[in-house]
Design a protein around this ligand. Sequence first.
Ligand code: COA
Ligand code: AMP
Length: 624
Amino acid sequence: MGYEAEFRRSMDTPDEFWREKAADVSWIEPPKTIWTPTDNGHGQWFPDGLINTCDAALDANIRAGRGNQNALIYDSPVTGSQLTYTYNELTQEVALFAGALKSRGIEKGDRVIIYMPMIPQAVVAMLACARIGAVHSVVFGGFAANELAVRIDDASPKAVITASCGIEVQKIIEYKPLVDKAIEQAQHKPEFCVIYQRPQVAATMTSGRDFDWQEMVADATPATPVPVAATDPLYILYTSGTTGKPKGVVRDNGGHAVAMRYSMDLVYNAGPGDVFWAASDVGWVVGHSYIVYGPLLAGCTTILFEGKPVKTPDAGAFWRVVQDHKVNFLFTAPTAFRAVRKEDPEADLMSRYDISSLKRLFLAGERLDPATYEWLKEHTSLPVLDHWWQTETGWAICCNPVGIEQMTTKPGSATFPSPGFNVQVVDFKGSQMPAGEQGQIAVKLPLPPGCMTTVWGDDERFRKTYLDPIPGFYTSGDGGFVDEDGYVFVMGRTDDVINVAGHRLSTGEMEEVLASHPAIAECCVVGAQDDMKGQVPIGLVMVKDGATISHDELEEELVEMMRDRIGAIACFRRALVVERLPKTRSGKILRRVIRQIADGEEYKVPSTIDDPAILEEISVQLKG
Ligand code: COA
Ligand code: AMP
């Protein structure tokens, strides 16, 4: 069956379609009902099914005879170590840690925050939570203590699991002091912390609250998988929105397992025994879906890479990993390949390695720029496949459906809607835009399995953010168009979200940080184009009358505040002091125009602007 027929079937007979896909997953009690509506139009998938996602991802592979196959390969150039776990071994490790958590009182429905570097224990912790029905919330290790505190308050976890340190290119980042600071700052106090001590740093333990991972596991009894309802939450993953408060995207168990399993076929065409590598971090949705759950649910071997595309030790790192572990599918963000191309423009380092095992390259997380696409095509001669998705959806909204039919690619396009996603480009009234014309990219409800079910603890915010703006649709927050051949082009966010090196950040949140400086009267942050990172934030600030701080000193303080409150990954390095901010007569800051000026684009002076001369001043400042 070709793509068109598969897509039509998903639209015309969704129950039959998803019943068939659900059969590829190992259930404890298979669902009888496939979908039921809810009053917000969103609905619930597989409401009467019982499942355990850890069982479906690990034990089911053992039952299928893959116990001795590699499940996880840990490759860590920053520590010079490699480790391999078979499905038998990984299941054992997970069951033991799950038992350890259980013995400390973690039960079904309890939240557990995981703040860890890219080490196998991060994966073990996630799967261990799933095994006992606890809800994990992984926080990316690059976030500062304040961000962790915000998530602790929102998720109210019973436990926090961390490691003594993370290792960046040339520095060791101690995690424990960050966790201590976050807990001190948060209103909610977790009952206990688990610390995995790495050889590089010995974390100081807080007596009575902190427990050593190894000691806990040493006398643990392995836990068996706890049946949960398909609709029970598997995890919460926080993502940036337009305000300072991140949104806790909630993912269910059943719909997620089915979507992950299906996407491994549809999007990647990867199956049992294939070696799948998502070069991302478990703190992001790509890591959740395609380092951990997707590949394991499909019986693949997944790679966990603790390193960078460059400098660990060089721009040949990706190709070395491909050769060493015979990787078949490599998925990363375009920024990673831009970094590689910058250091190895002729791909000399690539030619030193045997990368013949590679079948396809997958890119997502930000727009795949044509230069990176062409470079990859020229030097690898492999299919280079862009796909578009978000933390909210958990899997590709648009992809090249290679598992069914490989379509001709068009540079700049994420190809076609994945079956299950009724993608339409509309205006805010929900009227369809003609082919080629830009509008809001929206998905007609209901969304397919695997997408977010709500915002943790705030269903109202879920409705307001995603369902209310365009009635009957899920609003993606991305703008773009569909061409005459049906190819979807995603052109960028239409809200305050920016994408820095494949990391999603909120300019609204950054503005809140700047505004809290005592010398700042008013400010705005925009995402300006950057050759390597795609976008970087730039702040424009107005100082209060009478403030005596020098501009350089102020910029330094603001940069430090951003590192302290959000984290180094925000890559906030420029804050320009301006006399006034360009505004409309009604007081709205003209962020779009500022961004256009920063990018050196042509811009139209809006007729509503209160003082057009300010734009020229800002332009001079930004060029300086
Ligand atoms: N823990 C702590 N700090 C971290 C971190 C982590 N997990 N990840 C990044 N940081 C820090 C870095 O050390 C750096 O700090 P510095 O300003 O003190 O030097 C800062 O955050 C910015 O890091 P990064 O964005 O990694 O920039 P870089 O210049 O070091 O590297 C790239 C550039 C392109 C190599 C890197 O951004 C990259 O690998 N990007 C791919 C991203 C990706 O996989 N995204 C997932 C979506 S699929
Ligand atoms: P995140 O939730 O961190 O995965 O970020 C999702 C956002 O990244 C999307 O809303 C898009 O703005 C952007 N994005 C992801 N994949 C693509 C892609 N293939 N093309 C263009 N933008 C993308």
